[in-house]
Design a protein around this ligand. Structure first.
Ligand code: NAP
Ligand code: ZN
Length: 348
């Protein structure tokens, strides 16, 4: 199938139109016309080579919402015309203990990422969602609940699941005192989800600039991480902190904020961090942990959870020709929303 997307030719290059072909449908494949595609900070990290060498040209994008245009002969769950979604993975071995328990992201044989991976059968490079269409095996396609707006659902596919999964794993609920470091794409979804779970949520940000954004989505307000007095007063006041900062940073700034037995869970920076001071860990049984996206069943669960609780990501809609500018703004680290590309702005 003919396709077009916006690809980078090399690490750090601007994204430009790129014509390519999607594979012919296998019996268990679903073909999808992409309507909306979210922009995740991971797209920048990957394409810029922060996480190692990539196959180029590479089309990023793993927050995909679209409509089924064709199905393979054995597809059972989907029909042509249905609204569907695709997240960060398009395949896994489906046989190992992790796949069997629904944690395909930890597949023992390696997950197949939506872009930049090799297809398990053909060896072709997978290409992501900043494109007109995609072909994905049935097991990795998700249903978009009717009450979600197609226009704003895309960020749930990565920002949503990446924050929902640890909130669930750490049993965040009524009464949990939650801190969310960084009010960006992931951070703002974490706030909305944790508030819906009944938690008391505070945003921990570099400044008070996003105070109104934080309050508007249900947080109590902003704790400024650069304000020493405020940080000292907030010592021991959180049970759970979700860290979404996308660059190398210092856990020691945040650990004293946790109460005894509290956990800081990192979903942001993947790579080296500043040296860790162990005193707050030992004197207080505090923990530092990490979390990676979430499984397929859990991704469907967060879509359904958002529909049930009326959670809609804060989106700034852009056309495909504004994508490089949006990346520039994300690099500066300021937006308190997700950029979402309206794919009707790209023609085959
Ligand atoms: P984003 O929209 O750019 O938001 C990141 C936020 O972090 C910013 O809004 C900013 O919030 C804060 N920040 C930015 N630069 C900072 C700095 N130098 N020091 C301290 N805080 C800073 O990014 P995103 O899409 O939410 O992604 C966040 C991170 O999560 C990225 O590294 C991404 O790769 C990663 N990620 C991980 C997973 C996973 O499975 N673990 C999945 C998706 C994404 P304030 O202005 O409020 O300070
Ligand atoms: Zn992502």
């Amino acid at each position: 199938m003919k396709s077009i997307g916006y690809a980078a030719e090399s690490a750090g290059a601007e994204l430009k139109p790129f014509h390519f072909n999607r594979r012919d449908l296998r019996p268990n494949d679903v073909a999808i016309e992409i309507l909306y595609s979210g922009i995740c900070h991971s797209d920048l990290h990957t394409v810029n080579g922060d996480w190692g060498e990539q196959p180029y040209p590479l089309i990023p994008g793993h927050e995909i919402v679209g409509r089924v245009t064709a199905i393979g002969a054995d597809v059972k769950k989907y029909q042509v015309g249905e609204n569907v979604a695709v997240g960060c993975m398009v395949d896994s071995c489906q046989n190992c203990d992790q796949c069997e328990q629904g944690d395909e992201q930890f597949c023992r044989n390696g997950l197949t990422a939506t872009y930049g991976s090799r297809d398990r059968l053909s060896g072709e490079v997978t290409q992501g969602g900043y494109s007109k269409n995609i072909v994905v095996r049935e097991e990795f396609v998700l249903k978009v609940p009717e009450s979600l707006s197609l226009e704003t659902a895309a960020p749930i596919l990565c920002a949503g699941i990446t924050t929902y999964s640890p909130l669930k794993a750490w049993k965040v609920g009524p009464g949990t005192r939650v801190g969310v470091i960084g009010l960006g794409g992931l951070g703002h979804m974490a706030v909305k989800l944790a508030v819906a779970m009944g938690a008391e949520v505070t945003v921990i940000s570099r400044s008070k600039d996003k105070q109104e954004n934080a309050k508007a989505i249900g947080a109590t307000g902003i704790l400024c991480s650069k304000d020493q007095d405020e940080m000292q007063k907030a010592a021991n006041s959180f049970d759970f902190i979700l860290d979404t900062v996308p660059v190398k940073h210092d856990f020691n700034t945040y650990m004293p904020l946790l109460d005894v037995d509290g956990s800081l869970v990192l979903v942001g920076q993947i790579g080296p961090m500043e040296e860790i001071m162990t005193v707050p860990l030992v004197f207080g049984r505090r923990r530092i942990a990490g979390s990676l996206i979430g499984g397929i069943a859990e991704t469907q669960e967060v879509l359904d959870f958002c529909a049930q609780h009326g959670i809609h990501p804060e989106c700034k809609m852009i056309n495909i020709d504004q994508v490089n500018q949006a990346w520039g703004e994300l690099t500066k680290g300021n937006p308190a929303h997700r950029f979402v590309i309206d794919m009707s702005s790209l023609s085959l």
